[in-house]
Design a protein around this ligand. Sequence first.
Ligand code: NAD
Length: 281
Amino acid sequence: MILIDGKKAAEELREELKKEVSDLKAKYNKVPGLTVILIGDMAPSQIYVRNKEKSAKEVGLKSDVIRYPDSAEEKVILDKIKELNLDDTVSGILVQLPLPKHINKQKVIEAIHPSKDVDGFHPMNVGNLSSGYESSVPCTPLGCYLLIKKVEPNLNGKKAVIVGRSNLNGKPMTQLLLKENCTVTITHSRTKDLKGECLEADIIVAAVGIPELVKGDWVKKDTIVIDVGINKTDKGIVGDVAFDEVSKNAKALTPVPGGVGPMTIACLLKNTIDCFKRTQV
Ligand code: NAD
């Protein structure tokens, strides 16, 4: 079984990106910039944002974090986004989710100019991705896609089963694999025979949020299994896949932690650089 080392893959990607930033700097005499807006003081968001800032600086991006208290008014955030949309030194804007209840998430997502939408959540990017056009792609599914391609560069005709239909993970993952000519089944909480669906798969991507949902006898030999889940349990952080059981059958499997997680931030940096490149003439 191939243990897919997301930490190593993310390190390799960051090295490539560092070189790319240095080349872009030589060519344009400026570097891509990422601005993160953080509202409130939720501990996990603080940690994510700190990691994003650190990683962005490591590859040579200009990186800024704008912090607001939990009580910040929606209009203040929307006005700041408008200002950042017009700022040439800002290539990518990310508003850290979740937001306080009084701020409308959809309004915030739609306020970010699609060309600076490094999360790939703007309806314009969602539409472009599903039409097969160039677009920003949400970072976690993009990371999963790159890991799958490392194991199996030719996905033509493979049967992929996506477990979970979230806008963040399941749906964009489906589009990425369709683009690679996979036959994709997207499953969810109302799917009648999840085990049966998974048993048909050459590739399974589990993004559900239920600890160890995907069992060993749901996976046929030679399946690539990507575990997006991050679940806090009594025995520590576990994924959506029963790792010990599934590792006996799968061709390749991502661990949790150390699989998909590290790729997410690396893909955010990639998206920032790609946004920069698309706006240079
Ligand atoms: P979500 O809650 O938005 O969506 C979960 C999906 O799972 C839904 O579509 C739902 O229909 C489906 N589902 C629920 N119960 C099911 C069942 N019994 N059988 C089949 N499908 C079922 O979740 P999300 O935001 O996509 O996150 C999923 C998991 O991925 C969570 O554990 C989250 O913490 C993790 N996550 C990890 C990263 C990362 O960087 N590794 C990033 C984002 C999310």
